[in-house]
Design a protein around this ligand. Sequence first.
Ligand code: ZN
Length: 180
Amino acid sequence: MRYIAAPWRADYVRRGPTPERCVFCEAVRSTDDRAAAVVWRGRHNIILLNRFPYTPGHLLISPKRHRADFAAAGPAERNELAELFQMSLRVLGRAYRPQGFNAGMNLGASAGAGVTGHYHLHIVPRWTGDANFMPLVGGTRVFIEDLDMTYQKLRPLFDQERRRRERAGQAKRRSSAPSR
Ligand SMILES: [Zn+2]
């Protein structure tokens, strides 16, 4: 890992991205899921592919509202995030059979957040020795899968999850309907 002094970043960080210039807000506003790499739109959060994946299948879950502070997230936003986190683990498990996952948030520029104004949860599938088959070449990671391929693999699995949820919701409504 190389570290370079980047004093120009200080200005960027101080200003912080506004909703107009935020990649997550852009994805929320987009009507083209594929172009925006969005695989799931929930009530409060979206799931999208990281355009600079650490490993194939690297997902991001972020709230629809432009907010930096996860500690201030409301219960609805927070609970749905946990639900979508579980769903993402299921989907990635089926699609890639990873041997493990890294998941977490970089909150604040000092913690390494690329976008500081809009919190997001990273979910990264891991395989034993994966750091070895992803060499850094001229600072660019080399992958065996491009983003479009990842999208084509994951979107149908998320759609399956949606249908399963809809069926479960219908069954629940039927069973809770008052009997006469
Ligand atoms: Zn935003």
